[in-house]
Every structure is written in C-alpha cells, then in structure tokens.
Design a protein around this ligand. Structure first.
Ligand code: NAD
Ligand code: ZN
Length: 349
C-alpha cells in the first residue's frame, strides 16, 4: 500500500510499504478516508526526535472505514466508519482505568507513527492497523462529514483540554500562544468558558487573521515582547490564563512571564527535549498554577462530538489544503514553512 515515510530531516517520501493487516485478534484494519499533517509531525520532520526508525510510516491523525476485523473484536463490523485517538491504549490497564490512556502500560505510552512506527505504523497511508479496536475506535454518526469529526482524535481535543485545564471563569482574560491548528482550537474552546477577551499571539499574519475571524484579538510577536503587550492590554496585570500551544522553551517562558500573579498557565505544546530553561523564580513569586501534558484525547471524543454537531466548535474552518498522498511532501513543506497560507493540511489517499 501507499504511505508517507520519513527518512531524515525534511525528507518525507511517498513509498510502497507492506499492507496493514490484523496481527492480534483485538485489531481492526481501517481503510483510511482522511488523514492530516500535525504540528507534532513537524518535531520529527525537523530532526528533533532521536531514535526514529528510518522509513517509519508517519501520521497519527486519521479516520476511515473498518475493512478487516480480528476474531476477538466485539463492537465493530466491516464497513463501520470510525475515528481513533492519536495515542494507543488498551482500555484495561490501571492507567487506562484511571482515565489516563496516554500512560497505557500495555502499549508503553505508544503513539501511531513516529517513534513507535516500527510497532504501530502511522495513518498517512491507505490503511492502518488499529490495536485494541473495541476501546480505541469510536463510530462516527451518519451524516457527519469526515472533516467535522476528524480533529477529535487529536488537535481539537488537545485545544479543548488546554482551555479546560486553564480553569477559565466567566469574564477572565485569556491569551493563547500560537495560532497554529492547536492554538486556533484552544481559542474556539476558550470561548465556551465565557471569557471577556481572548488574545492570540503569533507572528504569522494570515494565522492571526483567522484567529481574529474566530473571535480572538491578535497580538503580533514581532511588535514587541508578548508579556509587555499583554500587560498593556489587561490594565497592567497580564491575562488570567495563558494557553501555551507552541512547544518550545521560548513560548513556555513567555507564558510564565505573561500570566498575571495567581493566574494559570496551561501548556500543551510538545517538548521533545528532556529539559528546558524555566523562569522558576517568576513562577514562584507569582503564585501561578501550571498544568501541562499530552492530551488524553480518547476521553474527549464522545463529549465534544455534540459541540461540533451544535456548531459551537467549528473544526473545518482551519482546513486550508486537501492534498492527495502523492502531494504529502509538498504538504509538509508548506505547513512547515507557513507558505501558501497553510494552516491545516489534510491528506486523502
Ligand atoms: P504549528 O507549528 O502549526 O503551530 C505553532 C504556531 O506557533 C505557529 O503558527 C508559529 O508561528 C507560532 N509560534 C512560534 N513561536 C511562538 C511564540 N514564541 N509565541 C507565540 N506563537 C509562536 O503546530 P500545531 O499543529 O498548532 O501544534 C502546536 C503544538 O501543539 C506543537 O508543539 C504540537 O506538537 C503540540 N501538540 C500537542 C498535543 C498534546 O497532546 N499535548 C497534541 C497535538 C499537538
Ligand atoms: Zn498530533
């Protein structure tokens, strides 16, 4: 089958790889109808993730139709349209029972594609093996377009959990760092908690334009220190909550420096380095709360679905490109370099 593989920094290829197949009796094979390139794929594309197997099949955002069903799968049938979260969990270990499926001890905190790709090839392909299928797969309601349901498996759930973790209360001021796909979903989600104003910080004009259309107040990084700009906009105090949606040392520090005393920093940007610098004295004397982490997207698929159906979350608005698998290398390049006004690049096998 056809798949997108990574061979080194900036080197993704369209290749023929072995067909996805049922390995364990609890697996299904999903024929992929839609996949996408994620900001997390870029960390690998940039060579920031050591120990990647060469030629790994990329991608952890996908959905499709069940094509083959293992003998112990009980709730799924051939032809079911399903979505799955980016991280692979069994549903029965202690961590899964604590509703922390990203910590699953059975799979060793595995994610599709990337570092775990030898065991669990990714979804930028024509088909994918989904382990623990009864637990992992959620059926998509008839009449709901792929693009409406799709982002529940990763970035919509991540943006929502970033806003939820920030403890936003009605009337609060909020700043989102990063107007990429995750930041734009954090912005949409923050509005559900009733803030008075949501600022969105980035330096890419066309992304800030979309943030503004979605009800954010744009703040351009290149016009000065973001903390200073945000303080000037919030009566000198700083926002009550800062939602970090970038994933580097600089924006993490900026989030801590920008939030008001007693406020909350919620960070979902992925840190691939084992440690980074941290303005700990500022954090301490500010009395701030910090919540960070990988998103347990499995927990959000069901509760967020009705918010999409009711039009309170509008996932399709961030899609700027829909390309074929053959065009994926260009998709990676424009998403990475922020060319051609790229925000979210979808891939159709
Ligand atoms: P992206 O690269 O498209 O978006 C990042 C945006 O941040 C870009 O628009 C960039 O211009 C902007 N930016 C860079 N430096 C900045 C700064 N100092 N201040 C403000 N903005 C800045 O990626 P994305 O798809 O939106 O993903 C964002 C992050 O979320 C990535 O680190 C990704 O790995 C992570 N992520 C985490 C989870 C999770 O489970 N926690 C899930 C999905 C993605
Ligand atoms: Zn992702």
């Amino acid at each position: 089958m056809k798949a997108i593989t990574l061979h080194g920094t900036g080197d993704v290829r369209v290749e023929s790889v072995p067909d996805a197949r049922v390995v364990d009796p609890t697996d299904v094979v999903v024929r992929i109808t839609t996949s996408a390139v994620c900001g997390s794929d870029l960390h690998q594309y940039h060579g920031r993730v050591p120990g990647l197997p060469k030629g790994v099949v990329m991608g952890h955002e996908f959905m499709g139709v069940v094509e083959a069903v293992g003998s112990e799968v009980r709730t799924l049938r051939q032809g079911d349209r399903v979505i799955a979260p980016f991280s692979i969990s069994c549903g029965f270990c202690d961590w899964c029972r604590m509703r922390l499926p990203t910590q699953c001890s059975t799979t060793g905190r595995a994610v599709f594609g990337g570092r775990f790709g030898a065991q669990y090839p990714g979804g930028q392909a024509e088909a994918i093996r989904v382990p623990f299928a009864d637990h992992m797969c959620e059926k998509v309601p008839e009449g709901m377009a792929d693009e409406e349901a799709f982002f529940l498996g990763d970035i919509l759930s991540t943006g929502y959990c970033c806003a939820e973790n920030a403890g936003i209360r009605p009337g609060d001021t909020v700043a989102v760092l990063g107007a990429g796909p995750v930041g734009l979903f954090a912005l949409q989600s923050a509005h559900l908690f009733g803030p008075s104003r949501v600022f969105v910080v980035d330096r890419v004009d066309y992304r800030l334009e979309l943030a503004e259309e979605l009800g954010g107040i744009p703040v351009n990084l290149d016009r000065g220190d973001p903390g200073e700009q945000l303080r000037a906009l919030t009566g000198g105090r700083g926002p009550d909550a800062v939602l970090e949606c970038v994933g580097h040392e600089t924006p993490f520090a900026q989030a801590i420096l920008a939030v008001r005393a007693g406020g909350t920093v919620s960070s979902v940007g992925v840190y691939v380095e084992p440690s980074i610098g941290f303005p700990v004295r500022e954090a301490f004397f500010k009395d701030l709360s910090l919540k960070m982490g990988i998103c347990n997207a499995r927990n959000y698929i069901v509760p967020l679905m009705p918010l999409i159906q009711a039009g309170k979350l509008r996932p399709t608005r961030i899609i700027t490109h829909t390309l074929s698998l053959d065009e994926a290398p260009r998709g990676y390049a424009i998403f990475d370099r922020k060319e051609d006004r790229a925000i979210k690049v979808m891939l159709k096998p």
